[in-house]
Design a protein around this ligand. Structure first.
Ligand SMILES: [Fe+2]
Length: 179
């Protein structure tokens, strides 16, 4: 049975209204995997869409967003967080190599962070991963790797950090800088 954007959004609303914590978010992740397997959806919104980042939906009440990242060029991001929000990444084409990081310092210095990698894996088409509030990750993808993201809120409106791995310097992120 086909699954479309409107049905996905309605399911997100129901899941997050019932439980805005990890259980509700995991329902969103599972439904995102279902959406990514729908060829009608991916043909229209991902594979055949124009390059760039498109907000497919923003919920006026719960504030979550659904974004299509139609990438043309390969990219490696620095480690970054999503501030006081969660983010779910779901792969549509090619792959994204994910690295999850933890701080080795106590987090007391706002300008410096020492990180250690704690997990590294590939998201392949049809697979989605969740990154909870404050978690640090980095992404690395090849040309034409395209994905969807569902975020708890508009990340361009909240404070987020990225970390320079070599120097350990912590920088505030500008909108859409490191996804
Ligand atoms: Fe991210």
């Amino acid at each position: 049975m086909s699954y479309d954007l409107d049905t996905f959004v309605a399911d997100c609303r129901a899941s997050l209204a019932e439980d805005s914590g990890p259980a509700g978010r995991d329902h969103v992740r599972q439904n995102l995997e279902r959406l990514l397997k729908d060829e009608g959806f991916t043909a229209r919104h991902v594979k055949g869409a124009k390059p760039g980042i498109t907000v497919l939906y923003e919920d006026p009440k719960l504030k979550f967003q659904v974004l299509a990242h139609v990438n043309e060029k390969a990219r490696v991001s620095p480690p970054h967080d999503h501030g006081a929000s969660w983010a779910i990444y779901g792969q549509a084409t090619k792959y994204t190599e994910m690295t999850e990081w933890e701080r080795e310092d106590d987090g007391g210095d706002p300008k410096y962070a020492k990180l250690k990698p704690v997990a590294k894996y590939k998201l392949t088409p049809g697979k989605a991963g969740i990154y909870e509030d404050g978690k640090i990750h980095s992404i690395d993808y090849p040309h034409y790797a395209r994905f969807l993201r569902v975020t708890g809120t508009n990340l361009d409106k909240i404070n987020r950090i990225r970390i320079d791995l070599k120097s350990g310097e912590v920088h505030q992120m500008t909108p859409q800088q490191a996804t």
